[in-house]
Design a protein around this ligand. Sequence first.
Ligand code: ARG
Length: 412
Amino acid sequence: MKKPKTATYEADPGEVSKVLLLFSGGLDTTILMKWIQDMYKTDVITLTLDLGQPGIDLKEVKQKALKLGALKAYVIDAKKEFAEHYISKAIKANALYQGQYPLSTAIGRPLICKYAAEIAEKEGCDAIAHGSTGKGNDQVRLDAGIITLNPKLKVIAPVRDYDLTRDVEIDFAKKHNIPIAHHKMSQYSTDENIWGRSIECGILEDPSKEPPKDIYLMSIPPEFAPDKPETITLEFEKGIPIALDNMKMELNKLIEKLNLIAGKHGIGMVDMVEDRIVGLKSREIYECPAAITILTAHKDLEKFTCTIHQNSLKPVMDQKWSEMAYYGLWYDPLMGSLNAFIDKANEKVTGMVKVKLFKGTATTIGRSSPYGLYDHKLASYTKGQTFNQAASTGFIELWSLQTKMANQIKEG
Ligand code: ARG
């Protein structure tokens, strides 16, 4: 039974004629492929974006969609675009939601919405369907993104709107002879791309228990990581990584390579209880080896090349950026304003950073930049230093003036 409509962008059967389904090939969207045809009596076209999901065979996904009756199945390699226009902004914004999560799932959604709106227009679809539940953030990001980009589109989210539980889905699959894969990951809900992997549900829902070791795909738990550290060099230009160990490469390739190197050392495993948009607290596990390594290096180089005043305000803007991305408001004009500020602040973030990877920790151990504001002659305590120490006492007298006065006033 569908819950009564509460929003203008929802659609009951009979109100739409052609549906574009965001198809991952997982349990939910596989069921939906057939379910929408049955329930809404419409043609269905599918869209699958390749954002670098590890272990997914996109040819197979396409075949699966067509076999289940899709009129057309779009599979688009968007890794380069994702890296250059989405991840790059997150890097410049040192983006970590609540200080821990690099927003890998969150920043993929606006790109999915962009393609969905474009293809819906091209194919004459009047609705977009997706497999999100009514408890998570992705429903917010997808619905908000789609109706912002094209307010005429309707959104169908049957798992949420018809309360399709896993058991209902499995029964439906059996009834309609839809093959569904059973594997050890099926108790979890996962989402992955080159910026990281999110794992939730199943036994992870007990936040007091350590996650089992076998949930990880991109990283080796630190206790099993090599006993010898490995040092890598990242070169940045205007805040964007352009070379790894002196080899220039496209950002998506660099990230994929670094995921393998840093993953081997157990970097970027995050266990957090986060505040979802819809008010829930949820226990989430992330693995994001390249993201954490790059963000560590970027933040360091940014501090090295920016002034004390820039370094004071930047984290405030960064936090707002992360929240807007998390909250599904990528297309709000505020994002444009924040990106303008953040791009400007990154103009001089050019140089090299050396990062040591060792048993779960990425540590910056060296940095250099033609724009570094560090001056050895000024900072050094050795002979030949140029800092005017005689000026310090006058500065301190004025700097502490109000503090001193406030402390001298006796309480009445
Ligand atoms: N909590 C994370 C976020 O909101 C991860 C969501 C993962 N999505 C999923 N379908 N498993 O960005």
